[in-house]
Design a binder for this molecule. Structure first.
Ligand code: UDP
Length: 140
């Protein structure tokens, strides 16, 4: 598969513990290149919109509160098979189930405060990138 892109968020539990560099290093070591990056404080509207697919889930309100509780770093990552490559290095949603050597196994605090987000399909990657970045902010 040709080089392509995915969308990543370094979540508030990770920025709070000053792990932006450590998480980014694991992404880079996995063969992904950061082609856009910005540190933001998500608004409630942004978090609700970004996670709209989970609106009916019991954890939705807590998740929105968590994602707006501190700074996040939104990133566009480029690499061969970027979506799968990123999901593999992230590890399972629940860190208790994540494999050794993954970001979530290494750093996540809980199923909610699990340090990183990564798109789960090429289609969602395109939507999520466009949610946070203008095309000119992405420099490959
Ligand atoms: N989440 C949660 N409780 C759950 C499941 C998920 O708080 O029982 C949070 C967690 O932060 C997760 C996010 O909701 O990363 C999105 O869930 P999803 O199932 O899409 O997992 P992911 O794709 O992030 O692994």
């Amino acid at each position: 598969m040709a080089a392509n892109r995915t969308f990543s968020i370094i979540k508030p539990d990770a920025t709070r513990r000053n792990l932006t560099g450590a998480v980014t290093k694991m992404l880079e070591d996995a063969g992904l290149r950061v082609v856009a990056s910005k540190r933001i404080k998500m608004t409630r509207e942004q978090a609700e919109g970004f996670y709209a697919v989970h609106k009916e889930r019991p954890f939705f309100d807590d998740l929105v509160a968590f994602m707006t509780s501190g700074p996040v770093v939104v990133q566009v990552l480029e690499g061969e098979d970027a979506v799968k490559r990123n999901r593999d290095i992230m590890g399972a949603t629940n860190p208790e189930n994540a494999e050794e050597g993954t970001i979530r196994k290494t750093y996540a605090e809980s199923i909610e405060a699990n340090s990183v987000h990564g798109s789960d399909s090429d289609e969602n990657a395109a939507t999520e990138i466009a949610f946070f970045f203008k095309p000119e902010e992405i420099v490959g």
